[in-house]
Design a protein around this ligand. Structure first.
Ligand SMILES: [Fe+2]
Ligand SMILES: [Fe+2]
Length: 140
């Protein structure tokens, strides 16, 4: 297995783990809203998702450039900006909630939005980006 194929497999496995984690978070919030759960979600986004994004932007981009210097890896990074904007909006809503300026529903709305962005992003990577990248691995 080439370096690119190995990385793509690892990233795809992480997507599955993240989907499970998001489902678990949403079930917990449905049962009972708590600040602790929201804090855990923000930590998950800032740490686990951030680490994953770095793996794509750095390790995967390096491997792609080794295989084909002309491959446009911009698409890989572009989607992350939308995600980061959604995460910032959630953080703002949570701050407002803590200051009594927003209610639980508002916070949940932004969590749902980030999770939808993430799910769509994983689908885009697995269905379009990763297959294109994998071709580079098979060509060399
Ligand atoms: Fe990504
Ligand atoms: Fe990813």
């Amino acid at each position: 297995m080439g370096k690119i194929e190995r990385l793509l497999k690892e990233l795809t496995t992480e997507h599955k783990e993240f989907l499970n984690k998001m489902k678990e978070f949403q079930e917990r919030l449905e049962k009972e809203f708590s600040e602790e759960t929201v804090e855990e979600i923000i930590k998950f986004l800032d740490e686990d998702i951030e680490r994953h994004a770095k793996k794509e932007e750095e390790d995967l981009v390096d491997a792609i450039e080794e295989a084909d210097a002309n491959f446009d890896s911009g698409a890989l990074i572009f989607g992350h900006q939308t995600l980061n904007d959604g995460i910032d909006d959630l953080k703002t809503a949570f701050e407002e909630y803590k200051n009594g300026k927003a209610d639980e529903k508002e916070v949940i709305k932004y969590i749902d939005r980030v999770f939808i962005l993430l799910k769509d992003h994983f689908v885009e990577e697995e269905h379009y980006l990763f297959p294109d990248i994998l071709k580079l691995d098979l060509e060399i």
